[in-house]
Design a protein around this ligand. Structure first.
Ligand SMILES: Cc1cc2nc3c(=O)[nH]c(=O)nc-3n(C[C@H](O)[C@H](O)[C@H](O)COP(=O)(O)O)c2cc1C
Length: 187
């Protein structure tokens, strides 16, 4: 699949079933995604793969977080019934003039987002689907703790991954005109 086709036919897929990439295939795709724009090549991120029993534990944790336990489960089922949840963790290298990284944190977050975007395109090109899910659980101390995040890290959500449950392949989109977002600097 050429890059233009991948970009124009990718969608956030909400109905995802088996198969998802196995650990080896995921690592292969992530290696490629990690070549995305990254000022200083810091790779200020990590991914925690959640499948099977891990999902059960995480789902329980989501439900505990909700005043009404079922609503936690429902949210999980709606957006995250995918067989693989790749937890996206932002792990910035401290920006500390002199001793830490010279790359400001916002640039590291931008690099993380670029990696995630490349990963979704690579997954799509391999026949997998994904959707980036965020929501209130990204702020949950219990969820952070069960996943083992440290204080400096930020939970950016989950790339929910699997095979799109659709009968026909997603069509190429006709891109919208965005020329109004372009201006030419004319001093
Ligand atoms: C940082 C970020 C967070 C997102 N969070 C959610 C989410 O919680 N639930 C969801 O269904 N989609 C989420 N999305 C996906 C967007 O809603 C989706 O990309 C957008 O609607 C465009 O649709 P498309 O991906 O099919 O082009 C998120 C995307 C990004 C970049």
């Amino acid at each position: 699949m050429d890059v233009m086709t991948a970009v124009l036919s990718r969608r956030s897929e909400h109905h995802l079933v088996e198969p998802a990439p196995n650990d080896q295939e995921f690592a292969y795709l992530l290696r490629a995604a990690a070549t995305a724009l990254d000022h200083g090549s810091l790779r200020p991120w990590r991914l925690i793969l959640v499948r099977d029993e891990g999902r059960v534990v995480l789902e329980r944790c989501f439900a505990d977080e909700c005043a009404e336990p079922e609503s936690g489960r429902r949210q999980m089922v709606e957006g995250q019934s995918a067989p693989l949840l790749a937890t996206l963790v932002f792990s910035p290298i401290p920006h500390d003039s002199g001793r830490g990284s010279p790359i400001p944190e916002w640039e590291q977050l931008a690099a993380t987002s670029a990696m995630a975007s490349s990963l979704t395109l690579l997954l799509h090109a391999r026949g997998f689907g994904s959707v980036w899910c965020t929501g209130k659980f990204t702020e949950s101390e219990q969820v952070r703790s069960v996943l083992g995040l440290n204080r400096e890290e930020r939970l950016l959500g989950w790339l929910c991954i699997g095979t799109p449950q659709r009968l026909t392949p997603s069509k190429r989109r006709v891109p919208e005109d965005v020329t109004d977002r372009i201006s030419v600097f004319a001093p």
